[in-house]
Write a protein that binds this ligand. Structure first.
Ligand code: ADP
Ligand code: MG
Length: 350
């Protein structure tokens, strides 16, 4: 039988292949594979469900990721997917596979972070599964959320001329990872050296303790602002913009000068010889919300301290354009991590 390497298809190609023939048999399944979360009919409200798996050596490195932070992050990245549907998270289940390397105390540490996130976000831990593993730690979390029936937002509702908006700032989680990787190398070369991370606490926090933008979802509801489409930024801005365009059959113009990047992130990228714009476009793990709004809602986001308009949707689905600071039009591509610094291997996904 023919053998195809998974890397030939890539992560998204593989998911498409495995799920292309799914036909829903339940009327209550309103939205299945293909968005940040599935949407189920529950009468006047909708239940939103999302699941994510984190594997040691692929998604995290325990050399610099404390177990408590890992537990916290494993929860918040799932809650972020619930927010991306314009829903509020309510419950999680947690499944773990532990190798014999891990003690009971280590499991306690992991769960202290999980419980902390549940407390901060007011979600209940309602179940899970525990098993052993031969290759390190695996954590799989399923999150559930609720949203009023008319308020659910998918990736596919953007229209021509809608404004493209992002919450918070971008690129700092990626730069936090760069700082940690550098310190790990220094430590491996000279184990007695003390890492100097004090200049970068903000970046490290963004990498080690990302938050889900439940606050933004609530504020948008208060403003009477319903995005036309939405996604959360896990893989990098460019990749997520392209997902919105594909799902909504639109093109896009993104303006480099509008991208929200903090000065310290910018400066640190420079020190690391990285292009700050590429860190924003391809870095990932920001867990901010990326969404489109109707032009008539401009006043609600203009001058909003947490929101930045970075571009707009266009009619031509083939137009995926970044307009650089000096006015050049370049194709917006979802470069892997290789694009940021040559020679670096992709760290995430398959
Ligand atoms: P996100 O980055 O928002 O977590 P993913 O890119 O992981 O989303 O997944 C994209 C879509 O594919 C989601 O709807 C997810 O539920 C679905 N999906 C991913 N892997 C599988 C799988 N092995 N089987 C079925 N559906 C999957
Ligand atoms: Mg997502």
């Amino acid at each position: 039988m023919e053998r195809t390497e998974i890397e030939q298809l890539g992560e998204f190609g593989l998911i498409r292949r495995l799920t292309k023939d799914i036909k829903h048999q339940q009327l209550s399944t309103l939205l299945g594979v293909g968005d940040d979360a599935a949407v189920l009919d529950a009468g006047d409200r909708k239940v939103v469900v999302s699941t994510d798996m984190l594997c040691e050596g692929i998604h995290f490195d325990l050399a610099y990721m404390p177990l408590k932070h890992l537990g916290y992050k494993a929860v918040t990245v799932n809650l972020s997917d619930i927010c991306a549907m314009n829903a509020l998270p309510t419950q999680i289940t947690v499944s773990i596979a532990l190798s014999s390397r891990f003690s009971v105390e280590a499991a306690d540490e992991l769960y202290s972070g999980i419980h902390k996130a549940c407390e901060v976000y007011g979600v209940d831990l309602i179940g899970g599964d525990t098993t052993s593993s031969k290759a390190g730690l695996v954590i799989s979390i399923t999150a559930l959320g609720l949203v009023d029936s008319e308020s659910v937002v998918s990736r596919s509702g953007a229209k021509t001329n809608d404004l493209l908006v992002v919450s918070g700032e971008l690129g700092s989680a990626y730069m936090g990872l760069q700082v940690l990787e550098r310190e790990k190398e220094v430590f491996q070369a000279a184990p007695t050296a003390q890492p100097d991370l004090s200049d970068h606490t903000g970046l490290l926090e963004r990498q080690l303790k990302p938050e889900a933008r439940v606050d933004v979802i609530k504020e948008m509801a208060d403003l009477g602002l319903k995005p036309t489409s939405m996604i959360d930024i896990s893989d990098g801005l460019a990749s997520e913009v392209l997902h919105l365009c594909t799902a909504s059959r639109c093109g896009v113009k993104v303006f480099e000068e509008k991208l929200p990047i903090e000065e310290h992130t910018y400066e640190t990228a420079r020190v690391f010889n990285l292009d700050p714009t590429l860190c924003v476009l391809s870095g990932g793990e920001d867990y901010e919300l990326l969404f489109t709004i109707d032009q008539s809602d401009y006043d609600k986001v203009h001058n909003h301290p947490k929101l930045t308009i970075i571009g707009h949707m266009t009619e031509d689905a083939k137009e995926l354009t970044l307009i650089t600071r000096n006015g050049m039009h370049t194709p917006l591509t979802a470069q892997g991590w290789d694009g940021i610094v040559t020679g670096q291997q992709s760290e995430q996904g398959i």
